[in-house]
Design a binder for this molecule. Structure first.
Ligand SMILES: Nc1ncnc2c1ncn2[C@@H]1O[C@H](COP(=O)(O)OP(=O)(O)OP(=O)(O)O)[C@@H](O)[C@H]1O
Ligand SMILES: CC(C)(CO)[C@@H](O)C(=O)NCCC(=O)O
Ligand SMILES: [K+]
Length: 255
């Protein structure tokens, strides 16, 4: 089985693939202070409760946008599983030309999403990933990564309001009952939720116009399911896009 690990700024998502089938996935908080041994113990517990043995894992692939944790997880792979992982970054085969000024600068998660999206849709597409940040990535019909946009994530936006205004509380990110809201919590939710729907549709619409093509628009990430139904542009939510991209990249780089 293949262990795929996506290290984000808020969460580390782990998945176990048996061939092309995702058999389990877990989400643990990203903690830059944790050591490889601490992650090892945590992962051992998750495996134990799912009835999966460390010995069943025959390969590992990692993508990380938290540089301090890349080394920690590489060490964990070595000492707990006995394998050096494939690490998404300069030097691996992506099968996707990267048209960024400096290709090393693009977040590995964005490349992984782009690879998974293009493999599935085989056409031009815009991928919106609602994570710590919300990223927008454009892949052209030839399967080249063209770049995109980075916006503050939904949770970061809410936290900023809460931290900077004394009378504003921390609120759940949900669709409020009305946009003309009658209390502080609903007012914040109205601003964040509808403001965000507008942000997404505006960026996608401008990307589509700039591309002079008709890309498919797909979304992923924990809050995609909240925003997608209200968005005029998002056509589909692909919950496991990043894990799927890691599996595909492993296949392209084995041996
Ligand atoms: N239903 C929800 N309600 C409120 N917050 C949520 C919900 N689902 C996810 N979140 C939070 O939204 C943020 C983005 O979630 P998501 O799981 O897409 O990204 P993430 O994996 O945390 O991001 P990253 O990959 O950058 O670490 C996180 O802070 C997560 O804790
Ligand atoms: C934007 C995030 C934080 C999203 O996880 C990540 O992809 C990242 O750190 N990217 C590096 C900058 C860039 O993609 O241009
Ligand atoms: K992510």
């Amino acid at each position: 089985m293949l262990l795929v690990i996506d290290v984000g700024n808020t969460n580390i998502v782990l998945g176990i693939y048996d061939g092309q089938r995702l058999v389990r996935d877990w989400r643990i908080s990203t903690d830059k202070a944790k050591t490889s041994d601490e992650y090892g113990i945590l992962i051992r517990e998750l495996f134990r409760s799912a009835g999966i043995d460390f010995k069943d894992v025959k390969a590992i692939i990692i993508s990380s946008v938290v540089p301090t944790l890349s080394g920690v997880l590489e060490r964990l792979s070595q000492s707990y599983f006995g394998y050096s992982p494939v690490v998404v970054g300069p030097g691996i085969r992506t099968g996707m030309p990267i048209q960024y000024d400096n290709p090393k600068e693009v977040g590995a998660d964005r490349i992984v999403n782009a690879v998974a999206g293009y493999e599935k849709y085989k056409t031009s597409l815009i991928i919106v990933d609602f994570g710590t940040a919300t990223t927008f990535d454009y892949v052209n019909r030839k399967g080249e990564y063209c770049g995109g946009a980075i916006a503050p994530g939904l949770v970061i936006s809410m936290e900023a309001l809460f931290q900077r205004a004394s009378k504003l509380p921390r609120v759940d990110i949900v669709k409020p009952p009305a946009v003309i809201a009658r209390n502080t919590v609903n007012s914040m939710q109205a601003g964040i939720f509808y403001g965000y729907v507008g942000l997404v549709d505006e960026i996608v619409t401008r990307m589509r116009a700039e591309s002079k093509d008709t890309p498919r628009i797909i979304a992923t990430g924990g809050l995609a399911g909240l925003i997608a139904p209200e968005s005029k542009t998002i056509e589909a939510v692909e919950e496991y896009l990043t894990l799927e991209g890691l599996r595909i990249l492993y296949e392209r780089n084995r041996e």
